[in-house]
Design a protein around this ligand. Sequence first.
Ligand code: SF4
Length: 422
Amino acid sequence: MLPLSLNTLGIYVSVPFCRSKCTYCNFASGVHSPALYQQYADRLCGEIAGLRRRAAEWGVEVPERVDSLYLGGGTPSLLPPHLLLQLGRALRGEFDVLKTAEITLECAPGQLPDQTLEAMLEIGVNRMSFGVQSFVDREAAATGRLHTRAIAVSDLRRVRRAGVRRVNVDLIAGLPYQTAASWQESLNTLMETEADHASVYMLEIDEDSRLGREMLAGGARYHAAAAPNEEQTADFYVSAVAQLERMGLRQYEISNFARVGSESRHNSKYWRRQPYLGFGVDAHSFLQRVAAGALRLTSAPSLDEYLAGAEGARELAELTPEEELEEAWFLGLRLRQGVRWSWLAERYGGGPAEASSGLAGPWRGRAPALQPFLPVVVELRRLGLLACQGDVVRLTQRGILLSNEVFARFLGVAAGAAAGVA
Ligand code: SF4
């Protein structure tokens, strides 16, 4: 895992434009008129330029040096070259983007003109993330993706030839028409592409996407009836984990796999609670305040609100020490390396631990702030959802499949204890 620092910053730029809306998508993206692209880029550049002034108002320290830049969305590769260059200039004008920075751009296969690729290279993009989701044409078409396998494979080769060595491929397990054989086909193709990073998600079934709603409420428009059930989807995911590991793509987070040294520096900041700034629609920021707790900020959730909003309009949440500790648990547990009691004690525990837990082994004597988490960990271990080894707590494979339920158990634990709730 790459070393991370509190002294460097990650920057995320949201570009919420897509050529078509995928049926499973629950992001704040949509199909908008290209006439809005310039207005949006100008608005982003204004937000970037005004950041330090607003940061002073929030009382936060914004690190000068940027070691990761991520243009996501949406489909940032839809922006015409001159707008990508405009954004690149605005970011480099305001921040010290390190020569070694990881600079990622998300792209949809078949939607990357040569001139766009050239502009990306000019602004320093050295990593690309392809939203493939499936290399099987029928599955891609059923979810509204506009690519075929041939187009996706050709684009992956093209960006490598152009000099982008680091490439991520997104796949989703659980799409309509997916079978064990077709999933294998997607995995085989992924391995043939020699991508150094893969993100494998299980389809989210919720009210926030058209496919999710149809799976919950019924209907025939989005092929929900052709989707594998949850058990099959979990089998596909487990099979992917095993096969990717054998191919050298090691699982380092629930949904993320990489060759050693190719882990996403940017996304790692989210799980390790390192500072990052988000610009644009529905972008999130996480910053440390001077001599106070951390801040989480959220920008306008839709394009209309973002374009109409006053500069700097953001939702602000000040984290209490208890919330920080709970976050450290459920974000840290996403990582394969797990969570270390000693590290939590050092950073959040408020001083050296006293031997008071009455528990054996590594749990003995945790810092007082960590005490309320002991019964939670013990219970989840008993259920086979967590494994404890020495000082480390991590998810088991079953815990990974039920991770949302596991994380929910950490919510409110410290806050409840601080309020005197048993
Ligand atoms: S391209 Fe990505 S962001 Fe756009 S609709 Fe599809 S999944 Fe959502």
